[in-house]
Design a protein around this ligand. Structure first.
Ligand code: SF4
Length: 392
């Protein structure tokens, strides 16, 4: 669930646990994350309503009222239906073991015993003897989220222990990320003892991150995966990105394949970083009157466009005797637009046999990319001979 933010938020914990200075650094930038979270918020609201309907916490009228103003796509309808089924299945399994198991939807979880003013909202919390379950719906489809060592989930788990440990004999917590658009269900199970020990480490780090006298910034993977808002101005991040400069290009000695791999890896990160700095500089110059030495603001290049509404242009041309065939170009909708129009299931039923996915050209990607590697040079050459020929 998109959170109402605490200063040391669970969703931002990967940053402040690894970079104590990030709290202060980010506070100087506006948090625009909620602007991009609309789709996720809608999916959460729909998922919540579906679960409550299935649990008889909502009748049909309440359900209708809860979803009537949501902009729901057909895909979202299907994904949240699957999410609801998943949650109900877990709850039924819990009831099979402990008949008085409880389920909470959108449960506020207070983990302030470990993190100053720390709280967050658990999408689903299921409590029974032995195991406490936390399920978090992630509606994004950009980055696959793992539940393993996931500090956001573990902070929610601490909040859940804080709320329910006195009621039930909980021995372990199972935390699940449900990310339907990436076909990803990731789970971590952790004992109470291990969770509490982790919480003690967090307590120390949280106190440091919350101390305004601490300004140390430590760059790492968390800068990008946590979408740190300070990346455009952070020196630690800049130094990490400029690691490429350590290569002594003046000497023409042949680079090793390891160095070449490092350069490709760094170049991608550097180009993203340069764009971040560029966007920041533009915003400073345009909206805050800051002069960037050696640069000036100019109008960007633009293309011609019709100055009036399409219907007016068409009426004008027709009045001059032009026919529809002269005015319009007819073309088949793209696959994505056709799928949007028909819905995923109907699209597959109706057009499944009419769609092919050609083999892509060989591309060098990071080892973590989920596509399978092409292992054999000869095999790759055979497989892609046709494609390469056609592409020439
Ligand atoms: S960019 Fe990275 S190092 Fe810099 S403040 Fe953000 S999290 Fe810390």
């Amino acid at each position: 669930m998109p959170e109402v933010h605490a200063r040391l938020s669970a969703s931002g914990s990967k940053k402040w646990l690894n970079c104590p200075g990030s709290i202060q650094m980010e506070e100087t930038f506006q948090d625009n994350s909620s602007l991009f979270a609309k789709e996720g918020t809608t999916a959460h609201a729909l998922g919540e309503a579906k679960i409550k309907l299935a649990l008889n916490q909502y009748n049909r009228v309440k359900y209708h009222n809860a979803i009537k103003n949501l902009e729901i796509t057909e895909d979202m309808e299907e994904y949240t239906e699957d999410y609801k089924d998943f949650v109900i299945e877990i709850f039924n399994a819990a009831k099979g073991k402990t008949s008085d198991s409880l389920i909470y939807i959108e449960k506020m979880l207070d983990f302030s015993l470990w993190v100053p003013d720390g709280f967050g909202t658990g999408d689903v919390v299921i409590v029974g003897d032995g195991t406490l379950e936390i399920i978090d719906l992630k509606y994004g489809n950009g980055v696959r989220v793992s539940a393993e060592n996931n500090s956001q989930m573990r902070l929610y788990a601490l909040g859940a222990i804080n709320a329910f440990d006195y009621l039930y004999d909980i021995k372990q917590i199972r935390m699940t990320i449900y990310q339907p658009r990436m076909d990803n269900i990731s789970t971590e199970t952790i004992s109470i003892a291990k969770l509490i020990a982790w919480g003690e480490e967090v307590r120390e780090k949280a106190a440091i991150a919350n101390d305004d006298k601490v300004t140390e910034c430590i760059a790492g993977d968390h800068c990008d995966s946590g979408f740190c808002r300070a990346r455009a101005v952070c020196r630690s991040y800049a130094e990490k990105r400029q690691k490429l400069a350590v290569y002594d290009f003046k000497r023409p000695a042949k680079l090793s394949v390891e160095e070449i791999a490092d350069i490709i890896d760094q170049a991608d990160k550097i180009s993203k970083w340069v764009k971040t700095v560029n966007d920041y500089a533009l915003d400073q110059a345009l909206n805050h009157g800051v002069e960037i030495p050696g640069f000036k603001l100019v109008e960007g290049r633009s293309n011609r466009k019709y100055a009036k509404d399409e219907s007016e242009i068409v009426a004008h041309l027709k009045s001059l005797g032009y026919q529809e065939d002269d005015i319009y170009t007819r073309s088949l909708k793209t696959i994505s637009n056709m799928e949007k129009l028909l819905g995923k299931k109907t699209f597959n039923d109706v057009l499944g046999d009419y769609v092919v996915k050609p083999q892509g050209k060989p591309t060098l990607v990071h080892i973590n990319d989920k596509r399978p590697a092409i292992n054999s040079v000869n095999q790759a050459t055979e497989d892609f001979k046709d494609i390469t020929n056609k592409g020439e």
